[in-house]
Design a protein around this ligand. Structure first.
Ligand code: RB5
Length: 143
């Protein structure tokens, strides 16, 4: 059964969301698109909340959030219980977000990152396992 990944964006991340939704499906994931559905201006906390709920409830194993910078989405997502959202900008931050932080939400800046860098982040984030060990103790202290 394919793994489920939820994705959501505000208007600042709308274009990149379309690209990454396509990429997720091409990679064989069952992708849930939680909006936004148009370029009309919306409030990023609403979309972060919807995605956080999907991940925390187990409807999606992981999530991807995109706003203009990624900053608003990461602040908003990390206010939700059970969410470890990591704002990443390259392969290294995406890899370490998984290996060290067990991040369950990848956050990207749609107006900051190029499309290829964003796809790299997505692929790396999804393909990398948590290392556990000393990192598990630290992650446990987050909650
Ligand atoms: C929207 O204009 C912009 O503020 C938003 O996408 C995001 O960058 C906030 O952090």
């Amino acid at each position: 059964m394919p793994e489920t990944v939820a994705i959501a964006a505000d208007h600042g991340g709308f274009d990149l969301k379309a690209v990454l939704l396509h990429e997720l499906r091409a990679l064989g994931y069952d992708a849930i698109d939680l909006g936004t559905a148009t370029m009309d201006a919306v409030d990023y906390p609403d979309f972060a909340a919807a995605l956080a709920r999907a991940v925390a409830d187990g409807k999606a194993r992981q999530g991807v959030l995109i706003c203009g910078t990624g900053i608003g989405m990461s602040i908003a997502a990390n206010r939700h219980s059970g969410i470890r959202a990591a704002l990443c900008h390259d392969n290294t931050t995406a890899r370490l977000a998984r290996q060290h932080n067990d991040a369950n939400v990848l956050v990207l800046g749609g107006r900051i990152l190029g499309v290829e860098a964003a796809k790299d982040c997505l692929r790396t984030f999804l393909a990398t396992d948590f290392e556990g060990g000393r990192h598990a103790r630290r992650v446990a202290k987050l909650s």
